[in-house]
Design a protein around this ligand. Structure first.
Ligand SMILES: [Zn+2]
Ligand SMILES: [Zn+2]
Length: 100
C-alpha cells in the first residue's frame, strides 16, 4: 500500500477516512485528527471486534476513546476552507535579487 504523495500543508488538516478537510475535527489520543462523523463511523464498524484503532497510524485502543471536538483545529480548517474556495494565490517565490 503506497501512501498517496501529498505535498500540501493542507494534508495536515485532512481526514484520513474521507480524505477531505476535517469537518468537526476531533483529535484522538495518538495525536491524529479526524472528522467527528468519520471516526465515529469507523469505530462503529470496529465495535463488533471490540477493538478500536486509529485509521491513520493503526494505533489500537482497547476501549473506545472519548473524542472531543478540537475547536482550535476547527477554526484553522474553517480559515483553510475559505482560502481554498478562493483561487489559490500564485506562488511566486519572493524575488531576492542577489545581483551585481
Ligand atoms: Zn473525514
Ligand atoms: Zn493515529
Amino acid at each position: 500500500m503506497a501512501e498517496p504523495n501529498v505535498s500540501l500543508a493542507q494534508d495536515e488538516f485532512s481526514c484520513s477516512v474521507c480524505l477531505d478537510l476535517l469537518k468537526d475535527p476531533v483529535t484522538i489520543s495518538c495525536g491524529h485528527s479526524f472528522c467527528m462523523v468519520c471516526i465515529n463511523g469507523f469505530w462503529d464498524q470496529e465495535d463488533q471486534k471490540k477493538i478500536y484503532s486509529c485509521p491513520h497510524c493503526r494505533h489500537t485502543f482497547t476501549s473506545r476513546p472519548v473524542v472531543s471536538k478540537n475547536t482550535m483545529l476547527a477554526e484553522v480548517v474553517e480559515k483553510l476552507k475559505k482560502t481554498r474556495l478562493q483561487a489559490a494565490p500564485p506562488d511566486h517565490s519572493s524575488a531576492d535579487p542577489e545581483d551585481v
